[in-house]
Ligand binder design. Sequence first.
Ligand code: NAD
Length: 354
Amino acid sequence: MQKLEFIYQARPGRVVFGVGSLQHLEREVLELGAQRALVLCTPEQRKTAEMVASRLGARMAAVFDKAVMHVPIELAREARALARQLNADCAIAVGGGSTVGLGKAIAMDSGLPILAIPTTYAGSEMTAIYGITEGGLKKTGTDVRVLPRTVIYDPDLTVTLPVGLSVTSGINAIAHAAEALYSRDANPVISLMAEEGIASLARALPGIVANSTDINARSQALYGAWLCGTTLGSVGMALHHKLCHTLGGSFNLPHAQTHTIVLPHALAYNRQAAPDAMTRIARAIGADDAAIGVYELAKGNGAPVALKDIGMKAEDVEKAAEIASSNPYWNPRPIEREAIRALLQDAFDGVSPH
Ligand code: NAD
């Protein structure tokens, strides 16, 4: 039996979950003590943001539809200036990690409270982790000021998420929970959330692939995403997240797909070093082996399984191995340069992680 000794740090934040929960938006804005909201979105989600904004009546300041990946600081400054000019005293981020990231950047330099309405499974809304790009460099860090004060999870807003992105975004969420289970600062409460989060997503994804408007499957997936996002916001991550940062940051690979492809191989790398976590991940997926289970979940639901199929070049495998092993960080199994290279080669080729 494992020794029970841990630190559990709860994050503040209010979560309103349920189909149709968007109807409570005005109540939640008032609950924040705010009067007028600036609504943030990507250009593609303008219509959704307008629908959200229409529920605010006179409490709506404007829709700012310029959110993009990697949060350029100029955009955050522009949105902040607009909020000031319109006397907005809160921001509502409607969208995925990119839009929530813009909200966080605004909160960081202004203290404006953020209400997040997530429409993917990335989980950023539950973390105090921010990423801001300035002068071509992405700076990341943790600051409780960026944590959204309120999160409204309404599965109705996720039915438009394309099936392919739903699967990869769901496995992106599973990656948070998988690494939370073998985190250096894992604790029993977060591990319960992690296992339940993985199980919910593993159950939901085939349902979404069969019928993307199945609201029960969408609810299960969003519930899982909330739990997995909470684990990301609560305990430290390891090898898998480091590899995905390297691949996304240095080779500009797409976020959710990269997570989906790398996760089975990161789990295989840590298989012997974290047996209890592997048992729990496998159990949650309903598989015999965690790494193979995640690989089959991705493949069986039509997700890409090879980095070569999402734009990585063969010569970048060596470079990625160099970057990922050059900066030592905690992982249940120590970082071994040659083994990391082999892991990346397997992910590049898309072979099963036996
Ligand atoms: P995203 O926010 O970039 O969205 C991808 C695309 O999907 C966008 O065009 C968006 O408009 C569209 N989209 C989103 N929801 C939709 C819906 N319901 N229907 C139709 N289209 C929809 O993607 P993401 O994977 O959610 O976020 C990735 C970014 O978030 C990365 O930059 C990543 O680094 C960051 N992230 C940060 C944290 C953190 O804790 N700071 C956590 C996870 C992800």
